[in-house]
Design a protein around this ligand. Structure first.
Ligand code: GLN
Length: 420
């Protein structure tokens, strides 16, 4: 092969400005070192039998060609019905829903449809790692606002959030229940954010894929930090809330909110890549165009199975919640016993844990050691921060795993205890 004479950058500035996903990389490392994988958030147990059966039937019935680009009608109708039941919101299946290839595509398609170059997008930090590349790919300028670990769980300082908004602010991204912190935003916090969105005419992207994974009140935190009076007021009644509130339910927010959701976590089918965006009609038609040219559409037969899944009775969701609460209540004491400082998450299925007890240089060194020597894979905390230093004392565990997987991890983590 002749040596190409390089006069141009072969890699775009955009692609060059973010790294590969660390979450996905940790799964590859787990396989390589035969570690128990508590890194990437996907269930290692079987997806529900009846939902799989519906997917197989849909293939047999030949739903195998392109679906309508913005989604199979019966699936959109099921989204409408389920959203009415769960959030009491009236959504129009014809003009307000776009079915996407997972919430991952939903978020990026939504941002590309709405954000212009140099407009700012506010992101709470730590954040699910996709949001930073999403901002780069959609030409948005990310503005980070810290979440602090405090007495009442993770919270933001209202003044810092207010300072992050200005006339260039196009949107804020929230993930609620939150990956990676396990925070569940309460009504007062959502109202505070909503007021800012209205004042600055900003949109809200709300990633609600963990809407059904939300737990009963938990014990108070070991982390005591000073916070302002206003921050304390916002979280004062925090423990009373054990239900999900969508930003789209907050008064005046429906018309400026893009709800990003998915089948992945609720129905344990992360590999199906079926998600959806709910947004007002003008934004939906922009999202549909972006979505069409990015992917044409999500898998047709799996949307048919999704229509069935979203029609399951309420008991499906209560069982899911109970099951994850049981797993949470198993893993948190195990982690504390092994020397991690961590709180019980209020929602989602992750535990952000402080590793300063172990005396490692940083989270990456610690994670390597944990995978290679102890045999448990996690995600280094720095992958959830733009300033890697901020995450250097944390790692994220996920617990959406079989009991035997969690037990195997618990046993291996005993070895770590001996080293504290
Ligand atoms: N949401 C999951 C996590 O945070 C999986 C992410 C992914 O790999 N798409 O681990």
């Amino acid at each position: 092969m002749t040596q190409a004479k390089l006069t141009k950058n072969r890699i775009s500035k955009k692609a060059g400005s973010f790294t590969e996903s660390v979450i996905r990389e940790m799964t590859r490392e787990a396989v390589k070192y035969d570690a128990v994988n508590l890194g990437q958030g996907f269930p290692d147990f079987a997806a529900p039998e009846d939902i799989k059966q519906k997917a197989m039937e849909a293939i047999s019935e030949d739903h195998n060609q392109y679906a309508i680009t913005w989604g199979v009608k019966s699936f959109r109708d099921a989204i409408v019905k389920k959203t009415k039941w769960f959030l009491d919101l009236d959504i129009d299946a014809e003009t307000e829903i776009t079915v996407t290839c997972g919430s991952t595509e939903g978020m990026i398609a939504g941002m590309m449809a709405t954000v212009d170059t140099d407009e700012e997008v506010v992101i709470f930090e730590p954040f699910y790692e996709n949001y930073a590349p999403d901002a780069i790919l959609s030409d948005a300028k990310p503005v980070y606002v810290p979440l602090y670990r405090g007495e009442n769980g993770w919270r933001f300082e209202p003044d810092e959030l207010r300072d992050a908004f200005n006339k260039k602010t196009k949107a804020i991204i929230i993930c609620n229940p939150n990956n990676p912190t396990g925070k569940v935003f309460n009504r007062k916090e959502l109202e505070f954010i909503a007021d800012l969105c209205r004042e600055f005419d900003a949109l809200c992207f709300t990633d609600e894929i963990y809407e059904h994974i939300i737990y009963d009140a938990v014990q108070s935190s070991r982390f005591k930090v000073q916070s302002s009076d206003l921050a304390s007021q916002l979280t004062a009644d925090h423990r009373l809330q054990t239900t999900h509130i969508s930003m789209a339910q907050i008064e005046g927010m429906r018309e400026r909110t893009i709800v990003v959701n998915s089948l992945s976590k609720t129905f344990s089918v992360t590999g199906w890549r079926v998600g959806y965006c709910i947004a007002p009609p003008d934004i939906t038609s922009a999202i549909r165009k972006v979505h069409d040219f990015l992917t044409v559409g999500a898998a047709n037969p799996l949307q048919h199975a999704g229509a069935y899944a979203l029609n399951l009775p309420e008991s499906y969701y209560t069982d899911l919640q109970k099951e994850y609460q049981r797993k949470r209540d198993f893993i948190v004491p195990v982690l504390r016993d092994a020397g991690f400082k961590c709180d019980s998450p209020e929602g989602a299925y992750y535990v952000m844990s402080d590793i300063s007890n172990f005396g490692f240089e940083d989270d990456v060194e610690f994670t390597k050691y944990l995978i290679r020597e102890i045999g448990v894979a996690v995600v280094p905390g720095s992958s959830f921060y733009h300033d890697k230093n901020s995450g250097k004392n944390q790692v994220r565990f996920c617990f959406c795993k079989k009991d035997e997987t969690l037990e195997a991890a618990a046993e291996r983590l005993q070895k770590l205890k001996a080293k504290v």
